[in-house]
Design a protein around this ligand. Structure first.
Ligand code: ADP
Ligand code: MG
Length: 541
């Protein structure tokens, strides 16, 4: 509406601005639109806002614009609070409300611990050294992911952290970057102190995952001259001992092999004060708790932070920092955390155990005898796309692999029954796309990051919902989308309840056979609630 057409003063017509505010305000808060990139929405909203303000200021030419800032001007003019969006503010200008909106925008929440540092919104705000920032740039990570935004400032303060975030959301760099920042502040390892062992240890449940974390760490560490060695089972322990003796700041290990090396005195942890347990819950599930605890006990015990969080820390002292990460954190982990972590901050991105929305989940109710036919159908439509097919044990992996190989699919396999050399070769040829179908057991269920996996097929439904979440999380990583198809049979009733809830939570279709099945209505082990008989009801108040 052009205010000049009416007999009133230009500045009395607020319609343009009111409209602009109507468009802009919801987007400046939390009311974003589903399915559209958040940054894009904010950009559009800001543009519209600025245009509307400019238009109004023009119409208001007769009045003096005293303020240089458009939004201040609007604020004065209409006594309306037009808040500047957090992305337009410097870090120091952010108020409590901005931080709340920021955390909601990225689904970040904290529990436990006091004086939690604010997340970083960009790498520039991270207080990382220029060398480490240059390394991050060279690796090509343009912006931190939400778990990195939240966990890196905590790590830099040497706080203990339990980090829970979806599969494929960049948890590795969230613990690797502060770990390297910590090491870079220590005196360099020389012949004098090398024999005291590494400065930091990372433990992971499988060999393949430990090796992958090694690669992710080396990506950054080699720019800083920090040496990284992985020690995992299935390879020569003497060779690994030799590498350790040559000096390394970081050791990445499976707990069993690390404890072997400690017992044989190939390694000591006399100056190791930074420890990360990646996929902590899986290590406990697999029965590695004694080994994990053995490693934690081999570290200096004099460096624990005080139990009382308010007690002053000695600036000249190095404190032990313990990090635990996973996409799922069942209660067993809490026991370990209580003993070994000091006032940990639990950082959760999204909700624990939830699969990422980037994965489309299909569950199909089938008979055991139909599975092969259905798998063929999916693989026939795969083209050049990449798929991982999960089964529950190594024998099934072997059988399925041979059947698909005979049928001329480009298929490879990894399972616990293979030598480490064959496992490594198989994973490498899958990574390099020589084969586009991988038949795997849960050996590859956790943490493994193969960028282009488009499909995960659960040929067998895993026995727990955590395994399901992690298996399907091999697709839909680092912002890409993926499809997970699960063949469910009537032998899988133990997970019906959890699976149904997982599907409902992620807005995925629940097959009617699952939805109406008795086993999907009660958690296994819980006593079904019996409806009261009419005669009982009278006394039930
Ligand atoms: P998670 O441990 O949460 O399952 P990973 O640490 O394996 O996830 O990371 C998943 C993928 O995302 C990897 O390929 C990694 O290189 C990539 N990635 C991690 N952080 C970033 C970032 N800040 N920007 C771009 N890609 C990233
Ligand atoms: Mg991981």
């Amino acid at each position: 509406m052009n205010p000049r057409e009416f007999d009133w003063d230009a500045c009395d017509d607020t319609s343009g601005n009111v409209n602009a505010l109507h468009v802009a305000i919801p987007l400046f808060g939390r009311g974003r639109l589903a399915g559209i990139d958040l940054h894009e929405q904010i950009k559009v909203a800001k543009k519209e806002m600025r245009e509307a303000i400019r238009k109004y200021a023009k119409a208001d030419a007769g009045h003096q614009l005293k303020r240089k800032n458009d939004s201040d001007y609007l604020y004065d003019k209409f006594d309306m609070k037009v808040d500047v969006h957090w992305s337009d503010k410097m870090h120091g200008e952010m108020n409590a409300r901005d931080w709340r909106i920021f955390k909601e925008d990225f689904n970040i929440s904290y529990k436990g611990g006091s004086r939690v540092p604010h997340p970083i919104r960009s790498w520039d705000e991270s207080k990382l050294s220029s060398e480490l920032l240059a390394a991050v740039r060279r690796v090509g990570y343009k912006a931190p992911t939400p778990i990195q935004m939240a966990a890196i400032p905590l790590g830099l303060q040497q706080r203990d952290v339990i980090g829970v975030a979806e599969t494929g959301s960049g948890k590795t760099a969230a613990f690797v970057i502060p770990m390297l920042a910590y090491i870079a502040r220590l005196p360099p390892l020389t012949e004098d102190n090398e024999a005291e062992g590494p400065y930091a240890v990372v433990m992971a449940p499988t060999r393949e995952l430990a090796q992958q974390i090694e690669q992710e760490t080396v990506k950054f560490a080699h720019f800083l001259g920090i040496r990284v060695v992985s020690i995992v089972g299935g390879q020569s322990i003497e060779e690994q001992a030799f590498k350790i003796r040559q000096g390394c700041e970081v050791v990445i290990a499976t707990p069993g092999r690390l404890i072997d090396c400690l017992e044989r005195r190939y390694i000591v942890l006399n100056q190791c004060n930074y420890v990360v347990l990646d996929e902590a819950d899986r290590m406990i599930d697999m029965g590695f708790e004694p080994q994990v605890v053995g490693v934690l006990d081999a570290m200096p015990s004099t460096n624990y932070k005080p139990m009382n969080e308010d007690e002053e820390l000695d600036e000249n002292k190095t404190y032990r920092t313990t990090y635990m990460f996973s996409a799922t954190m069942p209660p067993v982990v809490e026991r370990l955390a209580k003993k070994y972590l000091r006032n940990p901050v639990v950082v959760t991105v999204g909700s624990a155990g939830k699969a990422t929305d980037l994965i489309t989940q299909h569950v199909i109710m089938v008979k055991e005898s139909e599975k092969m036919f259905r798998l063929h159908k999916i693989l026939d439509e795969l083209g050049n796309k990449i798929a991982m097919v999960f089964v529950n044990d190594k024998n099934s992996a072997g059988t399925l692999f041979r059947a698909l190989d005979r049928a001329h699919y480009r298929v490879t396999t990894i399972n616990g029954g293979m030598s480490q050399r064959n496992r490594d070769n198989s994973l490498e040829s899958f990574r390099t796309k020589k084969y586009n179908v991988m038949i795997a057991t849960d050996v590859l269920g956790r943490g493994i990051d193969i960028p282009d996996v488009a499909y995960v097929i659960n040929y067998d439904m895993p026995p727990t919902i955590e395994l399901y979440t992690h298996r399907i999380g091999r697709t839909g990583r680092a912002g890409k989308t993926g499809i997970a198809t699960t063949f469910l049979t009537l032998h899988d009733t133990n997970v019906f309840y959890d699976l149904k809830h997982m599907l409902i939570q992620s807005n995925s279709p629940v097959p009617p056979e699952l939805s109406r099945h008795e086993a999907s209505k009660f958690k296994p082990g819980s006593i079904p609630h019996k409806p009261l008989r009419r005669s009982d009801r009278v006394f039930a108040h």
